[in-house]
Design a protein around this ligand. Structure first.
Ligand code: FES
Length: 281
């Protein structure tokens, strides 16, 4: 299916090799210099693949064919090995991504708190479905399986910045503001939402100075701590004698020579079989 850039959402089946034309000389020189910095952080250069893929996205906006080639060449990997990693993680995009990735959590908790409704209404509002991008290239919409902020459900993320306790209306306003260039501030963390390419560069290891900006753990996340302090609750101290008992139990659970015994039972993770029950009796 060929997408009309003016009227249709960009489609997710754009091939990985969609951008195989060579990099401009200065762009390639910059990429190689940045990649060398990343590679120098690791004892084995193949370990640099994840940040390298973010670096490619910071320039191309997704993992292009030419980006795969560059990673393979610089890390002594095959194209298949690079593609295997790029297709495994959802943060790596196989097609041109929007300037802002808007991820609506539709995992169980958020879904029942309104996440499904938010996704449906925003999808209709933008005229795109999951993993599709608006024709202006601004917003890529995604369903996300837990944004790791369940205590603020329903949660939406824009380029991995938190938007807590959302409604269909607040999220539609957020995407409208992002599309029209109005500065948008997340609920917590950084004071503004950066572009996909800017965030990709930060994920490649090049600090933007915003990582520690603003509040990380919000009110709902700290409620248990507040309650514990108020009630004087503390975690039980480590008990050395209990540790000794655990060791003894483990030794007791070792099978005698020639005795049938499941390893699951010895570790206390399974119910004894009928034969073992009889022996225990
Ligand atoms: S279920 Fe939505 S953030 Fe965890």
């Amino acid at each position: 299916m060929t997408a009309d850039a003016h009227t249709d959402p960009l489609h997710r089946y754009t091939p990985l090799q969609a951008s195989d034309e060579p990099y401009a000389e200065d762009v390639l020189a910059g990429l190689r210099a940045d990649a060398a910095q990343i590679i120098a952080k690791y004892p084995q250069k193949r370990s640099a693949l994840l940040p390298m893929l973010h670096l490619i996205q910071s320039v191309d906006g997704y993992v292009t064919g030419r980006g795969v080639d560059l990673c393979a060449e610089m890390l002594d990997l095959t194209r298949a090995e690079v593609s295997g990693v790029a297709t495994f993680y959802t943060q790596y995009k196989r097609h041109p991504n929007g300037e802002y990735t808007v991820g609506v959590c539709t995992n169980t908790l958020c879904a029942i708190m309104g996440g499904d409704q938010i996704f449906d209404e925003v999808s209709e509002h933008l005229g795109i479905g999951h993993d599709e991008t608006t024709p202006d290239g601004k917003i890529t919409l995604e369903r996300v399986e837990c944004n790791a902020a369940c205590d603020f459900a329903p949660v939406v993320m824009a380029n991995w910045e938190f938007f807590d306790n959302q409604t269909p209306e607040t999220t539609k306003k957020m995407v409208d503001d992002l599309r029209s260039g109005v500065p948008v501030a997340p609920t917590r963390g950084a004071s503004r939402v950066c572009s996909f390419k800017q965030v990709s560069r930060m994920l490649a290891g090049f600090e933007d100075g915003l990582a520690d900006e603003g509040v990380g753990a919000g009110h709902a996340s700290l409620e248990g701590l507040r309650l514990a302090k108020e009630q004087g609750w503390t975690a039980p101290a480590a008990d050395a004698s209990t540790d000794g008992e655990a060791e003894e139990t483990t030794r007791d659970a070792e099978p005698e020579t020639g005795e049938a015994h499941s390893s699951a039972r010895a570790s206390g993770t399974d119910t004894p079989s009928g034969t073992d029950k009889e022996k225990d009796a």
